[in-house]
Write a protein that binds this ligand. Sequence first.
Ligand code: PEP
Ligand code: MN
Length: 362
Amino acid sequence: MTSIKAQSIEQWFDTNDSGPLLIAGPCSVESPEQVLETAQQIRANAPISLLRGGVWKPRTKPGSFEGVGAEAMRWLIDAGKAINTPTTVEVANAEHVELALKEGADVLWIGARTTVNPFYVQEIAEALKGVNIPVLVKNPIHAEIGLWAGAIERFQKAGTKRIAAVHRGFFSTAKSIYRNEPEWQHSFDLRALMPEIKIICDPSHIAGDRSLIKEVSQVAMDLGMEGLMIETHRDPDCALSDAKQQITPAKLGEIIRELKIHTEVPLQPNAELATLREALDVLDDAIVDVLQKRFAKVKDIAAIKEREGLSIFHMERWLKLVQEQTSKAEGKDMSPAFIHELFALIHKYSVDYQTELIKKDS
Ligand code: PEP
Ligand code: MN
């Protein structure tokens, strides 16, 4: 077990064993005093490596606080200097880049609403040609991993050497305790596509509520994410943006101290773990075999439906199937939500498969 330590961001980018990086600071830079006092309190309470602050704020509704703009850039830089910590700011176009570089920002981040738009990403990447500054790329609002990876690639192609991804959760219409669904598997997908890219978790924008920051941070650490970006404000309730999800520097310190971080990689593979993994491999093989058998039956069903002129999709059948299987999971050591999602997916592919078969025959 280890703990988060303050460290140089260059070293964090360049090495693989430097431990998780802590980025903290207010959602928005509101005044010179607010950002300075917040920064000083963070420095006193937590092992911060990078001070964040929003200067230009992309807001869902017009009329909300949209950031102070260029002037606040200087306040952020001054606060960073006062606590001897580099700073990071969100940029959403080439003009922001120019101003952030002129004032001396150390790291830039691309917000979720910018990653969705390849025109803006390209414009920012072009503006950074020949500039040696690290860039953090947040996931796009919707779970389209291609856009996330695509944005990272645009910076790579423009010559940006130090790039990390930020997982800030995904918009969902499903009822949830989170503001943005974590959908952790998308980070694994990005990891598989781009193993060299480190991933930082932003529990603040996932949670949307300060009472959930600790547990989301712990999951991120358990999943081996390489850092945390946590919105921190000297007086969260009075924050001009994202008030509900911001925490005090003292709370940040408490959360960071209590996180359990496992970094030791066992030199000898643990025999008990290896045996369990072998057992899982056998079970996974069995799952694929069963699915194969299921699809063979689906093929027979498709032939009958075509012969009898029946439609492929039957709403009642679909509802019954998903509900029956989901209710079987209740009371067992298994998430009914998982079973629901799994069967919805199996059924979706069964319908797609039947459609394909019938198309081929006609
Ligand atoms: C932010 O970090 O303040 C922000 C606007 O985040 P996101 O782009 O993830 O919504
Ligand atoms: Mn915010």
